[in-house]
Write a protein that binds this ligand. Structure first.
Ligand SMILES: C[S@@+](CC[C@H](N)C(=O)[O-])C[C@H]1O[C@@H](n2cnc3c(N)ncnc32)[C@H](O)[C@@H]1O
Length: 279
């Protein structure tokens, strides 16, 4: 992905930071840091309130590690999330933006709910990539780390398009070596949004009610929160105008179509390049 396509959860920072303030969140865990675009903002938020910012990412970029070295009050756990939970104290809020597949996100939510309940804290989680392409299609940074029974057939080279559930070889939105996508979108236990749906349905069956808002921009942001929290009504009021907002969805679909066209043109150009020595 290039700068042509904004993709960081930091694009939502105004909204997220306002939500964190109204929930008086002091200790925050971010799963998935990459370059640390959101991490620096979250660390400032925690610092100003005497709280702790913790990041979890097994393979962040060099820029993020340099920033961690320069900010010794930041705690970084260099492990996949599901191996890191045992080392985490219960924070007041979570940013979930690591491995975007059903197995990982469902189990992250299970852990988040269990840790929060054990410590008497209401759940507040911001989950990225609830929209296309990962909402209903697994993506794997490290497919070998997902148990075989939860891992869908996948490809590093075939890409996703907006109008077909099946990946297209050598075309469309693809991981290009850094991540694989499930060959087919939809169906059971496939994708980030499906993991959230399954978690919420199970919780509701146990009599536990969560609020959930889906903001259909920049690959989709989910805001999941405990309805019993003292601040739940204020948070609901904040996120409601964005929830499944038709204008945002239309703009997101438009930018994705434009970006897919850019990828198509890049692919056409690459196919036309005459390599040295070729006839
Ligand atoms: C999309 S990037 C995160 C972007 C960042 N949150 C932002 O908005 O700027 C995903 C990151 O998750 C990390 N990651 C992959 N698998 C993970 C896992 N199982 N647990 C935690 N992080 C993971 C990757 O190394 C990558 O840096």
């Amino acid at each position: 992905m290039t700068g042509l396509l904004i993709h960081s959860v930091s694009e939502f920072s105004d909204l997220i930071l306002e939500a964190l303030s109204l929930a008086d969140a002091r200790d925050i865990v971010e799963i998935g840091a990459e370059y640390g675009g959101m991490s620096a903002l979250l660390a400032d938020h925690c610092r100003a309130r005497g709280g702790q910012f913790t990041s979890v990412d097994p393979a962040p970029k060099r820029e993020f590690l340099d920033w961690v070295s320069a900010n010794p009050d930041v705690r970084h756990v260099a492990k996949p999330s599901l191996d890191a939970f045992g080392e985490l104290d219960a924070p007041d809020a979570w940013i979930v933006d690591g491995d975007h597949n059903w197995y990982t996100v469902y189990h992250e939510l299970r852990q988040i709910e269990a840790i929060s309940r054990r410590n008497g804290k209401p759940v507040l989680a911001f989950l990225h990539d609830v929209g296309w392409p990962c909402g209903r299609r697994d993506m794997y940074y490290a497919p070998g780390q997902i148990p075989a029974e939860f891992r869908h057939p996948h490809s590093f080279n075939a890409g996703a398009t907006l109008d077909r559930p099946v990946l297209v070889e050598g075309r469309g939105f693809r991981g290009a070596g850094f991540a694989a996508f499930a060959n087919v979108a939809g169906g059971a236990r496939n994708g980030v949004m499906t993991a959230i749906d399954d978690f919420l349905a199970e919780e509701l069956a146990q009599g536990r009610e969560f609020g959930f808002a889906e903001i259909p921009a920049v690959f989709g942001l989910g805001v999941l929160f405990d309805m019993n929290a003292a601040w739940s009504a204020q948070l609901a009021e904040l996120v409601l105008p964005y929830h499944q907002n038709k204008l945002l969805r239309a703009l997101e679909t438009n930018r994705l179509r434009n970006y897919l066209r850019v990828i198509e043109m890049q692919d056409e150009l690459a196919a036309r390049v005459v390599r040295p020595g070729a006839a």
